[in-house]
Design a protein around this ligand. Structure first.
Ligand code: ADP
Ligand code: MG
Length: 701
């Protein structure tokens, strides 16, 4: 690549030290190459010139050719005034207006000289006007290198205040293309350009700034987005390959007795196609020589547990122990009960270990574990303690991924000389695009199909003043034998208020649903684990009809008879949280409902969240909306607050291009893993430059 791109920015004609310093501090533009990569946010289509009699009050930005015949200052109140110029063409007249900078503007404007003016149209009475128009002499307009489509660059307040307007940036960019001769060198192999019909790099760079047409702009964007995502994918995939190469796994070579017997005789229900596919993917991994590191995504209720169990059976068949770790005690217990039930005919020694396991029992478990008598250990963080030693841990299943950090994953790795295979299960559907971009070190399986016969949950939004009707509905459902969750928000910052809300709510619910006809459970974070447990148990056993809770029930609990989820102050929950909560119902055969309660004051964003919840049950769709509303950083939670700092591509909008880039990157690395072929030499060079300067993790701010 030509060295000219390394030239310090202040050397560009028209920049100089002062502007150079500003560009450095405000836009991180240090060199010619950085400026070149300052891509426009949008373009203004200036392919068309309007006549004054064609103007409409559309609020659009348009350009008009004409001349000024008169300029006057109009007083507005005591201190303010505006400058008004009468601007005409051969079809009529309009006004150009300035509220600031009168003196300078007045001096520089030329009467009876043809200008191209550009700006937003306003209408006052019969007169059209344009405030603070961009003005250019027709002569200059024609002579400028600028194409018909004008770039609008990302700018900062400070830049604009210091006189680096968009126009100034445009000028710099033009200068850059002049000085460099628009000669930057191709970065992608010719066969890729051919196959994907990508325009050459030089053409793309020119047209991204100064497109000669809409069509060329689109082609330029496509080419540059593809390139950006392609190089990221090359890095991610290489990283993944290196891991697989370096970390030897324990090959589970056989599918044996335990698995086969379960599969042929004890399956409690036919597996969905998605479950079958995922089990196959896992089996392939486990049977290979590499360590499995797989993320299993599946919406709530999609049936991840049985997939976990069948992986565990494979481990058993190959003489290995497994563990299953869940983020809360309640969940761990549910898993324990669920797996015990599923595996009741499978002759497995399954143990539960949590913070509340009694010391005496704990000791026994530790011993049996080390001696290899325990096949499956299910539990919470307690599994991570140093005292917990396995004889030969072959598989670690982690449920509800987003609650565990990367360090915890790696702690599990160290439980064995050779790291065990890892299966991470998450019910937070991370949009595939994000998952592919952020979890480059994990392979991904998706259960994208719910078991047959599930009735979609009906979701409605109700205002607080309709509470009586909602309560009536709950009573009808309870009369049919159903159970109900009523959930209150618990947000750390306002914890005190939230507990007060919860307790006030609980009291009024107790009044509206009195004993002996109704029995209530309550669970919240301040209760002792044993008390929580007891309350949950009463609800699970159907001894209470209503569970009043804070979001502690968010993860995983399974009470198929619960068919109504009421979420109080629903506007305070994020989309993925709402979806998780809703997933607590709809687990049985009955029609289930989710009722989102709010007051009348709602922000636009809250409205969008509520509407989305009412419109769809699809976790992936919801995750996409969430991604748009919040940006990728928040979705991942704080521990992985990764935002990809992409230059031009957009993970949400450009997911198709991402997919394409990924498939081509995979293909390339399959055919030429070390990028040794002649046609990959440039690519290889850029790849290493990028990896050095911008390791993939640097994309994640
Ligand atoms: P999640 O993915 O949320 O962990 P679970 O594994 O808890 O889901 O499964 C949810 C419910 O669906 C359980 O009651 C389970 O028995 C049931 N289930 C799972 N797979 C199937 C299937 N293929 N057919 C019918 N029911 C299924
Ligand atoms: Mg689950």
């Amino acid at each position: 690549m030509s060295n000219v791109l390394e030239t310090p920015i202040e050397f560009l004609k028209g920049v100089g030290p002062q502007r150079g310093a500003l560009l450095r501090s405000e836009l991180e533009i240090h060199k010619y190459g950085d400026l070149l990569q300052l891509f426009p946010n949008r373009h203004i289509d200036r392919t068309r010139y309007y006549k004054i009699n064609e103007l409409v009050n559309s609020n659009a930005e348009v350009q008009v050719v004409g001349r000024i015949i008169h300029i006057k200052t109009v007083q507005m109140g005591k201190t303010k005034s505006r400058l008004v110029a009468t601007f005409i063409d051969d079809t009529g007249e309009m006004e150009l207006v300035w509220f600031q900078g009168h003196k300078w503007i007045r001096e520089s404007l030329k009467l009876n000289t043809t200008y191209v003016v550009f700006g937003k149209i306003n209408q006052y009475g019969a007169t059209f006007s344009m405030a603070h128009p961009e003005m250019e002499l027709l002569e200059e307009h024609k002579a400028s290198l600028r194409s018909a489509m004008q770039p609008v660059y990302p700018s900062t307040e400070k830049l604009a205040n210091k006189g680096i307007s968009n126009r100034a940036v445009v000028k710099m960019m033009q200068q850059l293309f002049i000085e460099t001769g628009t000669n930057f060198g191709e970065t992608l192999p010719a066969y890729l350009l051919d196959e994907l019909k990508l325009i050459p790099k030089n053409e793309a760079l020119f047209n991204i700034h100064f497109p000669k047409s809409q069509d060329l702009l689109l082609k330029a964007q496509f080419r540059l987005k593809f390139e950006e995502l392609f190089f990221i994918q090359l890095q991610l995939i290489t990283k993944n390959l290196v891991r697989k190469h370096k970390i030897k796994g324990m090959p589970f070579t056989q599918v044996g007795e335990t698995f086969n017997t379960f599969y042929t005789q004890h399956l409690p229900f036919p597996l969905t196609n998605a479950q079958k596919r995922v089990i196959k993917e896992i089996r392939n991994d486990l049977g290979s020589n590499a360590q499995m590191n797989r993320l299993l995504q599946g919406d709530v209720g999609s049936g991840k547990t049985i997939v976990a169990l069948m992986s565990i059976l494979l481990a058993k068949d190959n003489g290995y122990q497994s563990c299953l770790m869940a983020p809360t005690e309640i969940l761990a217990i549910q898993h324990y009960n669920g797996i015990m039930e599923l595996a009741k005919n499978s002759n497995l020694n399954i143990q539960l270990l949590t913070g509340s396991t009694k010391t005496a029992d704990r000791k026994i478990i530790h011993e049996q574990l080390e001696e290899g008598q325990v096949d499956v250990l299910i539990g919470t963080h307690a599994l991570l303690e140093d005292k917990v030693k396995f004889a030969n841990l072959g598989l670690a299943v982690i449920d509800e991924q987003h609650k565990f950090g990367v360090e915890q994953r790696s702690k599990l790795w160290k439980k064995n000389d050779i790291p065990p295979h890892v299966l991470v299960m998450t019910a937070t559907p991370i949009p595939r695009t994000l998952a592919m971009s952020l979890y480059g070190d994990l392979d991904i399986s998706v259960i994208d199909e719910l078991p047959a016969g599930r009735k979609p949950i009906q979701t409605v939004h109700r205002y607080d003043n309709n509470r009586l009707k909602v309560w009536k509905f709950l009573k009808d459902e309870i009369a049919k034998g159903r159970q109900v969750y009523i959930v209150y928000p618990l947000i750390q910052e306002s914890e005190k208020m939230d507990y007060k809300d919860l307790m006030d709510g609980y009291e009024s619910i107790s009044r509206d649903f009195p004993l002996p006809q109704y029995a209530l459970s309550i669970v919240h974070g301040k209760m002792k684990p044993a008390d929580k447990e007891a309350e949950m148990k009463r609800f699970i056993e159907g001894k209470t009809q209503i569970m009043v809770a804070t979001t502690v029930i968010e993860v995983g609990v399974n009470v198929p008879n619960a068919s109504v989820m009421v979420i109080e102050s629903a506007e305070r929950f994020g989309l993925s949280q709402l979806h998780q909560l809703r997933g607590r119902v709809g687990r049985g055969a009955e029609q289930s409902y989710c009722i989102l309660m709010t007051g009348h004051k709602l922000s636009q964003e809250s409205k969008t969240r509520l509407e989305t919840m009412c419109a769809t049950n699809d976790g992936f769709e919801i995750a996409e909306v969430d991604l748009k509303l919040r940006g990728p950083g928040d979705i991942m939670g704080t521990q992985q607050s990764g935002v990809l700092n992409l230059q031009i591509a957009d993970l949400v909008k450009d997911k198709d291009i991402l997919q394409l880039a990924r498939s081509y990157a995979i293909r390339l690395l399959k055919s030429d893993p070390a990028m040794e072929q002649p046609q990959h030499q440039t690519l290889k060079q850029i790849f290493f430059e990028l990896s050095r300067k911008k390791n993939i993790w640097n994309y994640i701010s």
